[in-house]
Write a protein that binds this ligand. Structure first.
Ligand SMILES: Cc1cc2nc3c(=O)[nH]c(=O)nc-3n(C[C@H](O)[C@H](O)[C@H](O)COP(=O)(O)OP(=O)(O)OC[C@H]3O[C@@H](n4cnc5c(N)ncnc54)[C@H](O)[C@@H]3O)c2cc1C
Length: 381
């Protein structure tokens, strides 16, 4: 693996950084109280439309789907530059990273034509309908059912922790279509419009963002069979790859490194760079960020070579959790009680550190997967 950037990659990063610095000057990144608020979603749409005009929203997608034919590396450059500036795409990072690619790989021509054009135009909010009250880490234990009725399915059940469900137009939705099959075999994916009759969305109040989490209740929701993504009952292999893309697609180490630099500047201004406690916190943060970056690059290298994601994606994700936590600790050591009031990025960093070990599969489970898939240790009971 080659660790230097090409001249084209460096030129891409420079042009993008100049554009973002200009577009984001003075931008409030937590309008309306942050993720989930209507104003935050408006910011996401406004910003992504400007990026889409330059084909920078989906740079690595093929041009026929509104992309810029760029490489997997330019995609990660774009994500790094956005994350370190506070991720103005908001929920739409999911569309670009894994929802669109899953539709591109497994969708019908009609699904591709409709959904990919809207995603690459920055025109649509999606949510992820995975977790249920008794199926989070153990996602294959999901109980929501979809029963065939002619050319429709009828869905009943409940989802929980669904970010952005209040403003989403579609859900990338999992349901059990064969309750008699082995649990991984009977699951299907639906590209589900969120305005179907029988869907009720309720807020779960949370300090990370007032309207970010939701419960979604589904009673006798009739959805056309044409909304199935891929084959009926064969959703699990798609979900496995989707989760691997989700884990490395958000380069949280970029924001963590940026925040760490600002924290180090504050420590320097306070004359505390010879304080061993401060130095240890900053050094631990930097080492964790670098480890996360290099592990993420190893995983992206697989993607750039057209390989399926290996266990390294889990190591990258675990390292990103460690980086988020180490930088939050450094911020606390240097900023003390002011940490939550410092600025939007430091605030987000603290919230991220609180939730990092849970979102997209828990930290402990990533360790379990690393032990089996990379270290080849026996499965724990
Ligand atoms: C910020 C954030 C955003 C989220 N957004 C969404 C979303 O948009 N859509 C969605 O569907 N979900 C979302 N979630 C939910 C998230 O995916 C789940 O919370 C996560 O999968 C964990 O599931 P759980 O909460 O049921 O915890 P559990 O699975 O019940 O885990 C509880 C504890 O048990 C431990 N544990 C469980 N199994 C094992 C094991 N085999 N070995 C060792 N330890 C184990 C876990 O590590 C954890 O500490 C979000 C969560 C967060 C924090």
């Amino acid at each position: 693996m080659e660790f230097t950037w090409t001249t084209e990659d460096e030129a891409f990063r420079k042009a993008l950084a100049e554009f973002l610095d200009e577009e984001m000057a003075g931008l409030d990144l937590r309008p309306g109280g942050g993720p989930g608020a209507d104003d935050h979603v408006e910011l996401s749409k406004r910003f992504t439309r400007v990026m889409a005009e330059r084909r920078w929203l989906t740079p690595n997608w093929p041009s026929e789907y509104g992309g810029g034919d760029a490489t997997a590396w330019q995609h990660i450059i774009m994500s790094e530059e956005l994350w370190k500036r506070g991720e103005p795409r908001g929920p739409q990072y999911m569309n670009v990273n894994w929802i669109g690619p899953a539709i591109m790989a497994f969708g019908t021509e009609e699904q591709k034509a409709y959904h990919l054009s809207r995603i690459s135009a920055g025109d649509v909010i999606w949510c992820q309908g995975f977790s249920e009250p008794e199926a989070g880490t153990d996602l294959a234990g999901l109980k929501t059912t979809a029963v065939r009725d002619g050319d429709h399915f009828v869905i009943n059940g409940q989802k929980i922790w669904t970010s952005y469900a209040n403003n989403a137009e579609f859900s990338f939705f999992l349901a059990r279509t064969d309750p008699t099959a082995e649990r991984h075999d009977g699951i299907s994916i639906f590209l589900m419009p969120m305005d179907l009759p029988g869907i009720e969305v309720r807020d779960i109040p949370a300090f990370v963002g007032q309207h970010i989490f939701h419960e979604v209740f589904l009673s006798d929701v009739r959805i056309p069979a044409s909304a199935l993504l891929g084959e009926e009952n064969r959703g699990w292999p798609i979900i496995r790859d989707v989760l691997a893309h989700e884990r490395v697609g958000a380069p949280k180490y970029a924001r963590a490194t940026y925040v760490l630099d600002r924290v180090a500047e504050t420590a320097e201004a306070q004359g505390r760079l010879d304080d061993p406690q401060v130095l240890q916190a900053l050094g631990t943060g930097l080492a964790a960020c670098e480890a996360a970056r290099l592990l993420a690059y190893t995983s992206i290298d697989e993607r750039a070579k057209g390989m399926r994601p290996s266990g390294i994606a889990y190591a990258a994700r675990a390292a990103m959790v460690q980086a988020d936590r180490a930088v939050a600790t450094a911020a606390q050591v240097v900023l003390g009680a002011d940490v939550l009031a410092h600025d939007a990025l430091a605030t987000d960093q603290m919230f991220t550190a609180f939730t990092a070990g849970v979102a997209t599969g828990t930290y402990e489970v990533q360790l379990e997967l690393i032990s089996r898939l990379i270290l080849k240790l026996p499965r724990t009971k």
